[in-house]
Design a protein around this ligand. Structure first.
Ligand SMILES: [Zn+2]
Length: 283
């Protein structure tokens, strides 16, 4: 099925900010792009809060948090024994997102029928639980890998109009390729959710990279890992499919810091600019 991905780009500033913005105690997070993961080198004895939410600091002083799609600022508080507190308002770099029209989706997946609601509640609960784990691992420090070969057919942040109906934004990076194309772990981690048949996601895997940073991959045709598995970066976890809310075979890669949805494109250096202004393709 043909899909028109009409993309309108407005750049409000530089797109040079990096995904893994490694900073120190004084600058931690300031100037980060919306959708970015921020890494800061602190002292092991430091304690840090972002908008009142305590953020884990590792034994080596590293900490990580994420910036939401539309977040413009946050209150940062860092406490270090014997020092004055760092308390400041962080300002983030705003982005303009594409407008994406997707037609030809199965109607049930666009407006979820009443009969699906109970099952969706269970599935949503499993996804939320899979993303809520805060483990001490620091696999988020690695350079992430693109999880599959193929065309980029959807990007983070797009305003979506599904079968003509305005919907919430798209938060993933879509990579389209043939059914059966291997999907690999973008970084090392522990599998927190593995299921083959979610209503909207089809085959879905959540990988915990530590400190609440997760990758979610879905629309998979097959899933070959199970919950609790420890997988290395690049290990196959399943194959590309068109299950769930998909009009053609692709994998949708999401990246989260807890419930904050981040841009996986930033993690592998794909900017809005590179994704192309107007494409017409299968999603
Ligand atoms: Zn998608």
């Amino acid at each position: 099925m043909k899909i028109l991905l009409a993309a309108i780009l407005f750049f409000s500033g530089s797109i040079a900010s990096v995904h893994a913005l490694e900073q120190d105690r004084e600058t931690c997070g300031n100037g980060a792009q919306q959708g970015a993961l921020v890494l800061c080198q602190l002292m092991p004895s430091d304690k840090i809060w972002l908008d009142g939410r305590e953020v884990m600091v590792a034994a080596n002083g590293m900490t990580v948090f994420g910036i939401a799609r539309d977040q413009l600022s946050a209150e940062l508080l860092i406490k270090r024994p014997g020092h004055e507190d760092v308390k400041k308002q962080l300002l983030f770099e705003s982005r303009a997102y594409q407008i994406e029209r997707v037609n030809g989706l199965p109607p049930k997946t666009v407006t979820v029928p009443d009969g699906w609601k109970k099952r969706r509640a269970i599935e949503n609960g499993r996804v939320a639980a899979g993303r809520a784990v805060v483990s001490a691992d620091q696999y988020w420090r690695a350079v992430f890998l693109r999880p599959a070969e193929g065309r980029i057919s959807g990007v983070y942040g797009s305003q979506r109009i599904l079968n003509g109906k305005p919907r919430s934004p798209h938060y993933g990076l879509d990579i389209a390729n043939d059914v059966g194309t291997p999907v690999r772990a973008p970084a090392t981690g522990i599998v927190r959710l593995a299921a083959s048949d979610f209503l909207l996601e089809g085959g879905i895997v959540i990988i915990d990279h530590g400190h609440g940073v997760t990758s979610t991959l879905f629309h998979m045709d097959t899933v070959i890992v199970k919950e609790g598995d420890i997988i290395d970066q690049g290990d196959p976890i399943g194959t590309i499919g068109a299950k769930g809310r998909a009009s053609g075979p692709h994998v949708d890669w999401r990246m989260n810091w807890l419930n904050v949805r981040l841009d996986p494109g930033l993690a592998i250096g794909i900017s809005d600019e590179k994704s192309g202004a107007i494409v017409d393709e299968n999603n």
